[in-house]
Design a binder for this molecule. Sequence first.
Ligand code: FES
Length: 174
Amino acid sequence: MPLETEARAQVRALIADLKPNDGDLLQALHRIQHEYGYISREAMEVVAEQLGLYAAEVYGATTFYSEFRLEPPPAVTVRWCGGPACLVRNGRGIRDAILATLGLQELGEQTADGRVGTWLGQCNGTCELAPMMWLEEHGHWDEARVVGHLTAARAVRMARALRDGASVDEVTRG
Ligand code: FES
């Protein structure tokens, strides 16, 4: 067993109540991602130990579900909605404008300084806000700010401000 580090001890405390059975694996991963914004190799090892699984099984589950991140999240993530209601309201134009502003080729990439990342989001049923995107800081998707009724011009303004260091609060104010 690897040496117990402070980081490992913290992860272990976070999932100490979970028992070795399949049902707890996703819960463990969700807790870790919620706390750290991503799931490190070290955290996966602790989960495997706690739940009596092989590290490869934990790695397999983590990579299977697209909501889990394997790397630390960027400071801000722009999650673009790729659902049908957003697409018919110039969703693709908005996506391309955001990517161009950030100097990126496709969703999933992030700026070289790690400041702004992009992500493909799924429709969550709030299509009355289409076209929309979510802005979230440090991978905390459950605290994402929804920005609806977007135009390409507004998306570009926001992406530019985020790229230049503004917070989600600042770009969504007013
Ligand atoms: S399609 Fe974008 S919120 Fe439903």
